[in-house]
Write a protein that binds this ligand. Sequence first.
Ligand code: AGP
Length: 610
Amino acid sequence: MCGIIGYVGPRNAVPLLIDGLRRLEYRGYDSAGIAIIPDGGKILVERNQGKLAGLEALIDGKNLDAHTGIGHTRWATHGRPSVPNAHPHRVGRIALVHNGIIENYLSLREALVGQGRTMASETDTEVIAHLIDSHMQAGMGVEAALRKTLGQVHGAYALGVVCEDTPDVIYAAKKACPLVVGLGKGENFIASDIPAILAQTREVIYLDDGEVAVLTPDKVHVTTVDGRAVQHTPDIISWNPVMAEKAGYKHFMLKEIHEQPTAITDTILGCITPERDGVTLPELGISADTLKAVTKINIVACGTSWHAALVGKYMIEALARIPVEVDIASEYRYRDPIIQPDHLVILITQSGETADTLAAMAEAKDKGAKVLTVCNVVGSSAARASHGVIYTHAGPEIGVASTKAFTTQLVALYLFTIYLGQLRGTLDADTRARLVADLTRLPRLVERVLGHEPAIQVMAKRYFRYTDFLFLGRGIQFPIALEGALKLKEISYIHAEAYAAGEMKHGPIALIDENMPVVCIAPPDRLYDKVLSNALEVKARDGVVIAMVGENDTEITSRVDDVIVVPPSNEFLAPVLYAVPLQFLAYHIAVLRGCDVDQPRNLAKSVTVE
Ligand code: AGP
């Protein structure tokens, strides 16, 4: 999830680009750069690894002046944070910036290298620049070359392109990644998101997938990739700048809950085989032979990531038939774990910087294990120290309470499980095809769950004054009960704990009374009747039950106090769908309690100390 800005007009582009990038830093900040065309001259590119302040220091005093330019702040997807991997990428007479993921970049890159071209970076973006340049070398103008290139790339993109041949033009293209055109008076803008340009104009056009925009200072011409003209009625943005950074949502956490369909889609992108009967993980970094020989897996993490690890255990043991042990990182690092060379240790960490998780990784490596990290930050300490990595493409997660990072961790584990199953022969092609088909439907199912927010917001009004909660789940949903309890406690400060529902009778049932709501996760799976009994045990003791059930449920619905309905999916993806309503419940209760949802007291987004 990178940030793009572009300007063409009578003013000096440089300060406008820098200001725009500063307002986009929440979209990514591991490197930044600009490309400008000083009057009539050659393209000038300035790039810096690290935060935007580094780029500002780099160009300070250079008196850069140009009326056309593009800028980019990066959230790495392919290629670690570095200056060569920073955007803009310049090839020949063009420079471009890109947000998105090009699925077929490896094959395109091989073909370009085969034609004698030299790649200066590890990115998929540079491949686009080389394709455009190759068509220009064959005699095409830059716009035709761009259109031809868009027909060759598969995946998601928001692009800004400038060319020395047309110094007062910006070319933009959009597919599956946001890109808006800002309409000024004698000047025009492109941006990934409204905050970048809101200080300059409130009149915008939201480009649609498959559209190309050509901007000059006085005109914006929008067409489809194949050149058919498209008419857009400009929108007038009423947000203030602070609201704009949250896309109009009250908190980053709420924005990130709603970003989950996109985050899941982006995490899946490029990981499904063309035949759609399996998974491909080209960047995994651990050989198939190594994975075939694995006799045991340890998954190690902290907090919400540990909950993901617990779900992963159910997935891997059920579908790949490998024994899995799950540990809290702060325990694992000190318990002198027994590790053999054919053990695989998986670390799950959104930030890639959690001290306990990094220490656990070091312990596993010291004892000879292969280490794989599931991580949301390219080039993070954990990613760099691992033998292999599976990236979640959730984009920056600003809210301290993890939401989209968690559900994309579950998706990454699901992908890895199918990959293991196909390597080790525990999943036949039909089963894999069914699991893959279920996965491709997941983003739309999450969209449906997001539609329940208003009902959950009303429900929160009935529960925000309680001081204790109990969350119950069985099997693969027990970790979701843990996650629901953690979400509630960390942002609303209400005491909440979770139990495997079968454990209720071994103690927690003594707590049940009308003062402690009990959330029962009861999907229509093979354990439904057991959870139903637990819910009735609570009701029989004057308890208050909020049940999470499948559609058309009849058994529990009529016998509890509140119900949250969740659409059907296979049992291994159900944890994603049942986690989302619990995110909403915690969020709206915390808001009603006046808590600081994005920065809860005593918490940090990444716990980089013991
Ligand atoms: C989750 O909402 C919390 N923010 C916290 O438990 C977090 O999951 C934990 O600190 C692990 O962070 P990591 O995934 O970045 O390693």
